[in-house]
Ligand binder design. Sequence first.
Ligand SMILES: NC(=O)c1ccc[n+]([C@@H]2O[C@H](COP(=O)([O-])OP(=O)(O)OC[C@H]3O[C@@H](n4cnc5c(N)ncnc54)[C@H](O)[C@@H]3O)[C@@H](O)[C@H]2O)c1
Length: 253
Amino acid sequence: MQVKDSVFVITGGGRGLGRAMAENLAKQGAKLALIDLDQDTLNEAAASCAELGGEGRGYVCNITDESAVENTFAQIKADFGKINGLVNNAGLMRDGMLIKVKDGQLVAKMGLDQFQSVVNVNMTGSFLCGREAASIMAVQGEGGVIVNISSVSRAGNMGQTNYSATKAAVATMVTSWAGELARHGIRVGGIAPGVIATEMTAQMKPEAIERMVSAVPVRRLGEVEEMAHTLQYIIENEFFTGRIIEMDGGLRI
Ligand SMILES: NC(=O)c1ccc[n+]([C@@H]2O[C@H](COP(=O)([O-])OP(=O)(O)OC[C@H]3O[C@@H](n4cnc5c(N)ncnc54)[C@H](O)[C@@H]3O)[C@@H](O)[C@H]2O)c1
């Protein structure tokens, strides 16, 4: 698929990786529909896409709300006339141990809300947005592409029962959807990043970064531009579907 003049929906597009991936596509003349929770960050991200040579519009939508997602995708289709791709990028992390025991006594358990809130955004939100994007693209009849953002944590990671489960879930959706949607010319891929340098990692203590980096064979964090490059590869390569690209510098957890 060519990037120029195509319309891409990016969830969590207001900041971080979502915004960086949007800006890279905007530089090449893409039209971006950015979904996120906060109007101000969306306005900034959309303006940046426009400055870079693309088109950008922000849509406030909580992706865990079924009718809000349905209405937002219908609105995007009405505003741009078409949808060519979706990046299921919005995500939430609420880390914690399954149980905590001190001196032989149970002192804490991961709460159902802590588990369910991450499931709602990362898994259910990706399902809802994937379903709406696929519904529109299949009827449009011009094919399309969906990319789910998973994580190296999908293999299972201590302290991330909730997050890891959802990142494994969105990876399986890549395989399921690639099989189901191929008949409509819709390709589905995934990216499983390791640790990428964002505003979040910039706030971490240098020792904490050093500890993380020591486990990465290339001995550095990934760059947002490298994520953007990987997304572009999936969009442009018409033989790519049903697979996940591991973007982790060789990290294994
Ligand atoms: N940064 C990394 O190192 C890294 C590594 C592996 C995977 N990932 C994944 O990449 C994606 C982006 O990560 P990031 O670092 O940019 O995170 P981030 O927290 O900076 O951005 C996530 C965005 O999603 C939005 N969002 C959260 N809940 C939402 C909801 N209910 N509805 C709509 N929008 C919602 C947030 O407002 C935010 O703008 C996530 O799925 C994350 O799990 C990131």
